[in-house]
Design a protein around this ligand. Structure first.
Ligand code: PMV
Length: 323
């Protein structure tokens, strides 16, 4: 059987950095993301009895054994659920650059989970799908749902999953993705492992509690200023933990800092916007529709290409297969 799914990455407003359990991908703190329309991963999975090994292709490149490992392990989870051992052919395409802080692993594992489960003939609830996707890549569990999504950290496998706080159309918010060049040298998987070497981790974790409360309320009350202010603050404390861990992790490039300063300048001159940065040099700028064109023009003046994104739908099936 064959199935194709489309998933979008998600931008965390309250981020997670550091895990309670590395194997199960249990995060240290609850976190909230926005699933992003305008960026997508499309994945087709077919289980074929004639295959001796899984065959995996991403963006027209066949993955070697080492690079395919995480996805093969995820297919093993699906095979275990379906109680068969048939190998699969997987083809996946991203509409955006991977390995650069644009969460291609989130949309990738969300799409692989849904397409894989359907191709295996299984029926899972969205909650179960979210638990499965989480084991592939933590933040993938948020991309199962659309709009504004909270990942409940939990302390057990079955207790750690995402749920929707509000649908995509809840509020007027735009995400301007600033494509600062450069690839991250340390993966988030490796970074999470050393979060607890930072003397600032405890302090950050206590601040995430307030950030969560304010951002949840910001979403429900459609209060863009509160949402933006606390999400920017969350980004800064996460990067303070990264920079003060051992070894220290600096995901920013000089251009990242240039955009941060531009955002602050724009805000001081009356154009409300906030920055958000994951484990990579790229910057997301949060703003309302009315200010989008002005901000986009300013960023482009610094020679940076952008993608405009807004809250989008969760994972979905399509009948347009990739092979
Ligand atoms: O789940 P991972 O391994 O992709 O880690 C995600 C880490 C951040 O993007 C930095 C934060 C987050 O919550 O998305």
């Amino acid at each position: 059987m064959k199935a194709t799914a489309i998933a979008r990455p998600n931008l965390a407003l309250v981020k997670y950095w550091g895990k309670l359990n590395q194997e199960l991908n249990l995060p240290l703190n609850n976190n909230i993301g926005i699933t992003q329309e305008g960026l997508e991963t499309k994945t087709t999975v077919e289980f074929l009895p004639e295959l001796k090994e899984d065959e995996i292709e991403i963006d027209r490149k066949v993955l070697d054994k080492e690079k395919a490992k995480k996805m093969v392990k995820h297919l093993d989870r699906i095979r275990k659920l379906a109680n068969f051992s048939t190998r699969a052919k997987v083809i996946s395409e991203n509409s955006f650059p991977g390995s650069a802080g644009l969460a291609s692993s989130a949309s990738g594992f969300a799409a692989l989970s849904y397409a894989g489960v359907k191709a295996a003939g299984l029926e899972l609830t969205k909650k179960e799908l979210s638990i499965l996707a989480r084991k592939g890549s933590g933040s993938a569990c948020r991309s199962i749902f659309g709009g504004f999504v909270e990942w409940v950290s939990g302390r057990t496998d079955g207790g750690s999953y995402s749920e929707q706080i509000a649908p995509p159309e809840q509020m007027d918010i735009k995400l301007l993705v600033c494509l600062v060049p450069g690839e991250k040298k340390v993966s988030s998987t490796e970074g999470h492992k050393i979060a607890d070497t930072s003397p600032l981790l405890k302090c950050r974790l206590s601040s995430t509690k307030e950030n969560l409360t304010k951002i949840r309320t910001g979403i429900l009350e459609k209060d863009f200023s509160t949402l933006g202010k606390y999400s920017e603050r969350d980004t800064i404390t996460m990067h303070a933990v990264m920079m003060s861990s051992s070894p220290p992790l600096f995901y920013w490039s000089p251009k990242t800092l240039e955009i941060i300063k531009k955002v602050i300048e724009l805000r001081e001159s009356g154009t409300e916007c906030y920055f958000s940065i994951d484990a990579g040099p790229k910057v997301h700028i949060l703003c309302e529709e009315k200010n989008l064109n002005e901000i986009n023009r300013e960023i482009k003046k610094s020679g940076i290409n952008t993608i405009i994104s807004s809250p989008g739908e969760g994972v979905e099936l399509t009948n347009k297969h990739l092979f």
